[in-house]
Design a protein around this ligand. Structure first.
Ligand SMILES: *Cc1c(COP(=O)(O)O)cnc(C)c1O
Length: 422
């Protein structure tokens, strides 16, 4: 067996893997030309201008057609999309929302921005929320659960939906990291009440920033549109969707989370590339996993509630211990095979703003609500999340990896696993 680069051997690759920005690395003429058309039209705002191109509206239609849901709304980010979703569902001060312990800060932060309070559940071996842990945190103040598909791997929606039906709570699917992921042949984001997407650069397709909200019910759509646009429901939506609604009777104070026409133009072109991008990532990651499984009998990958639905944007390697994970990180870096530990190996509630319940408001609003069961967070609340995050290592799978990249990754990992005997 060849010597590890960590031990002075020749690295499996001469240079690091391409960056993990699947949409951004495929950006080019199409996005540039479409964005230029908006700029030349001098109409960068979706609702008025000299010659509005209706890019945001077209993008919304593309989303709803592909996902098979009647309503889609473009917004400025997925954080905004989460707040819009929570507000569309009428969630706010005095409510609790279930959030998985493994997610990006935004999932919990958006709950707090909506004046509700997150309660955390543990994860299963997939690192997505464990439906069996939901009963532990339910009480009459819990109004919704946010199911997050972490790094392209779908959440166990059957478990979540059964729990939500039993307790009459809402389901939001946070698909920020996993645009295109499916669970049992259905697009994640269309299974619960509302799905939210991110088009920030670190996600699957991108305009730098951007987000979307999708849903089935017209009454939720109307509230979502209103919240994202200062409480208004402009005539264009009434006409497009045949939803009549009076400002006098139905408006409420909202925000400005409107998507720009330039963002819409870029996202139309990115959306057209989504299927081929997903196909590449799925095929590459499947080949890498299959070859590694054949060569390394002891290898353990992150579990999935639906391997077919996984978009393949990352491969998760599960090690026996945090020390083994450290070794794999060092050895793979030396081979120029980029790997990383998700969220610094810590559950989201360990971030100081969450753990210490610090908000920008007076008296720690909204945490100051006199809940019957007080909300307290502690380090050991979700032991499986703490454990799995320290001993799982991820490798991003870019859609532009070449056959040679694949071989080098497989050779390098084979060398590492057999030398270090994981
Ligand atoms: C990135 C991310 C968000 C927030 O997305 P933005 O578009 O950056 O606001 C929300 N949830 C999850 C799980 C994310 O990874």
């Amino acid at each position: 067996m060849k010597k590890l680069a960590l031990h002075g051997g020749i690295p499996a690759r001469t240079k690091p893997l391409p960056p993990n920005y699947p949409g951004a690395v495929l950006m080019g003429t199409e996005e540039a030309e479409h964005a230029a058309r908006v700029i030349h039209s001098q109409s960068p705002f979706r609702f008025y201008g000299a010659d509005v191109q209706n890019t945001v509206q077209s993008f919304e239609r593309m989303i709803s057609e592909k996902l098979g849901v009647p309503y889609a709304l473009g917004v400025t980010s997925c954080t905004a999309a989460l707040v819009v979703a929570l507000k569309a569902l009428g969630i706010g001060y005095g409510d609790k929302v279930i959030v998985p312990s493994v997610t990006f800060l935004a999932t919990a932060g958006a709950v707090i921005s909506s004046n509700a309070v997150p309660v955390f559940v543990d994860v299963d071996e997939s690192l997505n929320l464990d439906p069996n842990d939901l009963e532990r945190v339910i009480d009459e103040d819990v109004k919704a659960v946010i199911a997050v598909s972490i790094l392209g791997n779908p959440c166990d929606m059957d478990g979540v939906m059964a729990f939500a039906a039993k307790h009459h709570i809402h389901v939001i699917e946070d698909v920020a990291q996993s645009c295109g992921v499916k669970y049992k042949d259905r697009y994640a984001g269309t299974i619960g009440d509302i799905g939210v997407y991110s088009f920030q650069m670190n996600k699957i397709i991108t305009a730098g920033e951007g987000g979307a909200v999708v849903m089935w019910k017209p009454e939720l759509f109307e509230r979502a549109v209103r919240y994202h646009d200062q409480g208004m429901f402009r005539p264009v939506f009434q006409n497009l969707y045949g939803i009549e609604s009076s400002e006098e009777a139905s408006s409420f104070a909202g925000q400005n989370y409107r998507m720009s026409e330039i963002t819409g133009a870029v996202l139309i072109e990115q959306w057209k590339k989504l299927d081929s991008l997903l196909l590449s990532m799925r095929q590459i990651s499947r080949r890498i996993r299959e070859k590694l499984t054949a060569e390394i009998p002891s290898i353990v990958f992150r579990k999935s509630a639906d391997y077919e639905g996984d978009i393949g944007s990352n491969i998760g390697f599960q090690l026996r211990s945090a020390a083994d994970a450290d070794l794999l990180l060092q050895a793979s870096a030396a081979e120029n095979i980029t790997m990383y530990r998700l969220y610094g190996g810590k559950p989201v509630y360990m971030l100081p703003q969450i753990l210490f319940q610090r908000t920008a408001e007076r008296n720690n609003f909204p945490f100051n609500y006199p809940f019957a069961n007080p909300v307290v967070y502690s380090e050991h609340m979700c032991p499986r999340a703490s454990d799995l995050l320290t001993r799982t290592v991820f490798m991003p799978v870019s859609p532009i990896l070449t056959g040679q990249d694949e071989e080098e990754i497989i050779d390098g990992l084979h060398k590492i696993y057999s030398t270090l005997v994981f």
